[in-house]
Ligand binder design. Structure first.
Ligand code: GDP
Length: 293
């Protein structure tokens, strides 16, 4: 993820570090190069425009031309703007309630079920007592897949009972509370496309469970298509974060920047491979640093 962007911006940063003087036209040329790099990385145009305006405004304000290390000043500005765009300060999940419910939403194939297992594993490593449940009322195979994953990461799978997804969710939470779980990760049904039935069901589940965290699982390979998907889910259920999957296969990374900026929903984790341990906390500042090389 961000490999190509990192290569290009890294080159720009390298050139800047070596510059003793930077005129306003040098700054413009640098901004043009940055703009190209971001567009090639599949970052949405309005997001690129915003980023460039921010950098330019701050660079002029910082009187880059007259500063002793002008290149460093621009790099620092770019770093901060990128980090802000990616969500600013890293935020931990709010798991203060017992049990806390983490609701996972997303389209089928985005990697939701795999991510539920990965997140469970990570939280167990942090000392939490975690359980998994799927409220996919129509696809028993989806519930079975999660049950197998629960076995792999050694956490209980709770089978919620009820005719509707919301009823299943309520029953699973009661069970999680009875068995002393700290966290219940609740996987919802996915669909091929965003449709009204899916949204109505997710809204109903969200209202029934009062989830502490509502995380949207997005396939980073969908690039800019991720944007309308994220916007629709966010409109139905106010998301508290998003998890980008398959970042190992995505060399561009534009989706992460675009989604974070356009919806204001920060990326909290990234999936970095098919294996259960291929999962990382997303830290905007560290990522901005990595992109700039
Ligand atoms: P769901 O339909 O959203 O529940 O999706 P699944 O969890 O079944 O995942 C769909 C496919 O994506 C599976 O083949 C997963 O192994 C794969 N997958 C999930 N996350 C990642 C990831 O971070 N990287 C890669 N390379 N594959 C992933």
């Amino acid at each position: 993820m961000f490999n190509r962007l990192s290569e290009k911006l890294g080159d720009i940063a390298h050139k800047l570090r070596g510059s003793a003087r930077i005129s306003e036209s040098d700054l413009d040329a640098t901004l043009r190069e940055m703009r190209m790099a971001l567009l090639e990385a599949d970052v949405a145009l309005p997001v690129v425009r915003h980023l460039m305006e921010e950098v330019r405004e701050q660079a002029l304000g910082a009187e880059v031309a007259r500063s002793l290390q002008p290149g460093q000043v621009i790099i620092k500005i770019l770093h901060d703007v990128l980090a802000d765009l990616l969500g600013g300060q890293r935020r931990d999940l709010d798991l203060s309630k017992i049990p806390s419910v983490i609701l996972l939403c997303g389209l089928q194939g985005a990697g939701k079920t795999t991510t539920a297992g990965k997140l469970a594993r990570l939280l167990v490593a942090q000392g939490k007592k975690v359980a998994l449940t799927s409220v996919d009322a129509t696809r028993p195979a989806a519930r079975e897949q999660l049950q197998v994953l629960a076995g792999q990461v050694d956490v209980p799978y709770i089978a919620g009972v009820g005719q509707t997804a919301a009823a299943m969710a309520r029953s699973a939470i009661n069970e999680a509370g009875r068995s002393g779980c700290h966290v219940l990760i609740l996987d919802t049904a996915g669909r091929q496309v965003v449709d009204d039935a899916l949204m109505a069901e997710i809204r109903e589940v969200a209202e029934a469970v009062k989830a502490s965290e509502r995380l949207l699982v997005l396939d980073s390979m969908t690039g800019q298509t991720a944007l309308p998907i994220a916007e629709q889910f966010h409109a139905a259920v106010t998301m508290t974060g998003c998890i980008l999957t398959k970042t190992d296969a995505d060399v561009r990374g534009g989706a992460a920047l675009s989604v974070a900026r356009s919806t204001g929903v920060p990326v909290r984790y990234v999936g970095t491979g098919e294996k259960i341990e291929a999962f990382e906390v997303f830290d905007p500042r560290r990522m901005a640093g990595r992109i700039l090389g």
